[in-house]
Every structure is written in C-alpha cells, then in structure tokens.
Design a protein around this ligand. Structure first.
Ligand code: AMP
Ligand code: ZN
Length: 480
C-alpha cells in the first residue's frame, strides 16, 4: 500500500512496524450531537482504509476509534439538556453505533470513551510525565503545555515559529492556526462541572490529551503506525497530540498521518454541527434513500478531495448500484446450458477470464495507490459492462460466473457496498409515503376512539422497524 502522509506531505510506502499488525488510531465522534454525514465521510473512508490494509495489504488490524465524551461542547450540551454528562453522551454514542452499522462500518477493535477511569488515569500519567520532563506548568489550578519547550512544535501543521508568543495561554479546545499558544492539558473546573482527581488536582482533561493517552495506552506505546481523522483536526488537535505524546515519551508518536477532506453542503461550506448546516444518516434514510447509496457516494470521490454533497448524487448512486446488482442477479441465472454450446466459444470464455484477472489487478493497484476509490469503482463497472456483454453473447458458463462472482466478492471486501445492499434487500425499508399514510389512518382511528385499530397500526409499523412517538405537535416516527 502507498499512502499520503500529512507529516511529510508525500505519498509513501506503508507497512506496519511490528508483527504485521497495523496499529491505527482514528479520532472519533465528539458525542454532543448525532454525527452528520460529513463526520461519516471520514469514518467510511477510514473503514475502507482499514479493509484495504487487511485485504489488499494483507495485514492484521488493531484499530482504536474513541468517543470524545468530555470537552467544552459535551459539557455545555449536557448542561443545556439538564442531564448528567454520561447520560447525555450515551444517547449520541448509541446513535453513532446505529448509523455506523447502517453504513456497513466494521467495528474497530477498541472504542474507548475518554471518561473511562483507565483512560483518565492514563491522561494524568501522561501529564505527570510532561511535568517531569519540563514541558508543562500549572496556573490557576490548570496544567498547560509550554510549546516553546518542544523545538518540533508545529511540524505537522507547518507553523511559523516566529508568530508564537512564549507563555500566552489558551483554554478552549479549538482555536485557529494563527493562535498557537500554550494549551490546556488539565482544566480547573467550576462547582457544577464534571470533575476528576487522579493526581494533578481536581479538574477535567483538555480534548487533546484524551487522544494522546488513549492511543498510547491501547496501542502499546509509540510509535503507532497510523493516526487519522478529518483535515480540520490537523491543527490544533493533532499538532497538540504530537506535542503531548512526543514530549512525554521522547519518541516519535505516529509514523503516518492520514486526513480525510471535508464533505461540503451546498455553496462550498463545510458541513459542521457548529454551523448548523447538517444532514445526518437518518435524514438521508427518511428521504427514502438507502445507506448503501450513501456509502457509495462517500466513496466515489477520492478521500483527499472535497466532496460536495447533493441529492442528485444519491440518485446516481442508486442507479449505479442497480446496475451492479442486476449484473450479479444475471450471474445467478447463468447455467452451463444457458451459456449456449460453450465449447463453441473457447476464445470468448478465455477472454472473459482474462478480463476478470485484469479487473482484479487494476482494482488492487488503484486501492493500493493511496486509496483511489473512484478509480477502483471504475474498474468494477468496466467488469460489469464486460460481463453483461459476455452474458448477452452466451459466452459465459457456470464456472466463469463463479469466477466473476468471486471477483465481485473480493472487490466488496474493500468497498463494502454489495453486502450492505444485500442486507437492505433482505429487509426492505418501509416507504416514507406508506408510513405517513399509516400514521394518518391511525390518527383517524384514534379520533373515532377505535384504539384497537390504532394500536394494531402502531404494532405493525414497529414490527417493520418504525417507531412512533406521539408529541403535542403530532406523531413523529423514526427507524429503529
Ligand atoms: P468531531 O465530532 O467534530 O470531533 O468529528 C469527528 C470526525 O469527523 C473528525 O475526524 C472530523 O475531522 C470529521 N469531520 C467533521 N466535519 C467533517 C466534514 N464536514 N467532512 C468530513 N469530515 C468531517
Ligand atoms: Zn483525537
């Protein structure tokens, strides 16, 4: 595999450092809202990276994808909702799992929460190591990282050291590149804030220390092979992770840094929870689209290019998937006799076998070339076209059909759309207009005090995966 490494700004050969196992850490969702499809662009691309490392690279995986369940935003969200932090973040973790499963994302080996005690203790140990090595200082009950003590600070984001002001501090988790400052490792908390005390005084972790500590703890120390996330994380988050991890161990933190470009909505703006221009996976499903089509859209642009999301792209994806599934369906019906006197077409049969071989070769080469998913999808559809032509010409025998099916299965090990579509077809989603019609019928039944019918409709929808919720504003529904 060859991968673009943000650290060196170059495409490099990738192999894991130890025992053929890729130790990979990806920054997970900040669980103060349901993840949007921009977040899921990053998670789906990283899922394909994981699958490619296994099935094309031939490596084993040890992957960590965390949940950021304590930071400025989760604390503010929980306070606003009037619930405890853990209860608040539990909801969005459950929603993430639901959406990730719908999109066919393979679970990582580890999905830690920052507020698990073992992780909080690891954060405090990292901070203590930073203090011992002279990289941290205390002020007003908080602990800060002094960036002037680390000569390499800024190497990932390529910061200009001249603009850095020694001793200037910043407490917020996120800030702009031109505001490189000493950042907070452990924050003093107010009376109503979640607080832990494991050795550096009462307080709570800063966002950046969470990932450094979880990565080092769960991936057996440095260096890890790959650290990944969306491009917005390069600064300050990943720069600060490097500072903390390398400052506390004296060793390189991560060998490869992989960053996925943004998904944009409409007029070139990044989809972002703080901007409020978000669509989530459930919104897409409620418009009658299938998750397999969304996954396909998310993979049809190279991960290092911006992706402008539009509803028309989902319609095109549906059409492409229909062609792919039709071809697979036709393969099922190929029998030796239907191939029409196969012995009469030995050249044709040799040719299709050759085409399958070269499609497999091209697919692998494109995926191995910095995860060129649009190119790899192109190779799949060239084969679809050739297979359809061969079936039309009666040049495909049952054993050829098996070879072709095997090739599509191997493509799908990496892309993960065919398996998803099959799963969806086994349990077809209820059409939105039908749901609304049934909700209307139920409302009419209730108005006539025919509660038996109303309950029957509710149960019927429930059995088909649709839950109803009666609110003062009317009945709402969602998919289970
Ligand atoms: P967050 O919940 O903001 O910490 O983000 C979770 C992951 O989604 C991170 O890797 C982000 O970089 C990524 N991300 C956030 N917004 C977008 C977007 N519009 N497009 C692609 N990735 C994104
Ligand atoms: Zn992180």
């Amino acid at each position: 595999m060859r991968l673009y490494n943000t650290l060196t700004r170059q495409i490099e050969d990738f192999t894991p450092l130890r025992d053929d196992t890729v130790r990979m850490y990806a920054c997970g969702l900040t669980v103060y809202a349901r993840g949007h499809i921009g977040n899921f662009r990053t998670f789906v691309c990283l899922d394909v990276l994981r699958r490619a490392l296994r099935h094309v690279g031939g490596h084993r995986m040890r992957q960590v994808v965390n949940f950021t369940d304590v930071d400025d935003k989760t604390i503010a969200g929980a306070r606003k909702a009037g619930v405890a932090l853990r209860e608040y973040t539990d909801r969005y973790i459950a929603a993430f799992r639901e959406d990730a499963a719908a999109l066919g994302i393979e679970p990582a080996e580890e999905s830690p929460r920052a507020t698990d005690e073992a992780n909080l203790r690891a954060m405090v140990e990292t901070i203590e190591a930073l203090e011992a090595r002279g990289h941290a200082y205390r002020s007003d009950g908080s602990v800060y990282f002094r960036i002037s003590t680390l000569p390499g600070y800024g190497k990932l984001a390529r910061l200009d050291h001249a603009g850095m002001q020694d001793g200037a501090r910043i407490d917020s988790d996120e800030y702009a590149k031109d505001a490189a400052r000493d950042f907070v490792l452990w924050k003093a908390t107010g009376p109503d804030e979640p607080t832990w005390d494991y050795g550096v005084g009462p307080g709570r972790p800063g966002w950046h220390i969470e990932c450094s500590a979880m990565a080092l703890r769960l991936l057996d120390g440095s260096p890890i092979d790959i650290h990944a996330g969306g491009v917005d994380l390069i600064f300050p988050h990943h720069e600060n992770e490097i500072a903390q991890s390398e400052g506390s161990t004296g060793e390189q933190f991560a060998r490869f840094w992989v960053h996925v470009e943004h998904l944009l909505l409409g007029s070139d703006v990044k989809m972002s929870k703080s901007l409020g221009n978000v669509l989530n996976v459930q919104d897409v499903l409620e418009r009658g689209h299938r998750a397999s089509a969304l996954r396909y859209v998310l993979l049809s642009t190279h991960y290092r290019k911006q992706l402008r999301f539009g509803w028309d792209s989902l319609a095109q994806a549906e059409e492409a998937l229909r062609r792919l599934m039709d071809c697979l369906g036709r393969l099922e019906s190929v029998t030796e006799t239907a191939a029409g006197a196969p012995a009469a077409f030995p050249e044709g049969r040799a040719a299709i076998r050759g085409r399958v071989e070269s499609a497999r070769e091209t697919f692998r080469a494109r995926i191995a070339d910095d995860l060129n998913t649009p190119g790899a999808i192109g190779a799949v559809f060239e084969l679809v076209r050739d297979v359809n032509t061969a079936i039309d010409a009666g040049e495909l025998g049952a054993d050829d059909a098996r070879t072709v099916r095997e090739a599509f299965d191997r493509f799908d090990d990496v892309l993960g759309v065919i398996a998803l579509r099959r799963r969806e077809e086994a349990a077809p989603p209820v059409d939105v207009t039908e749901i609304e019609r049934l909700i209307d019928e139920r409302r009419a039944a209730r108005r006539q005090r025919d509660f038996a019918t109303a309950d029957r409709i509710r149960d019927e929808l429930d059995a088909r995966g649709i839950v109803l919720e009666d609110t003062p504003a009317g009945t709402r529904w969602k998919r289970k």
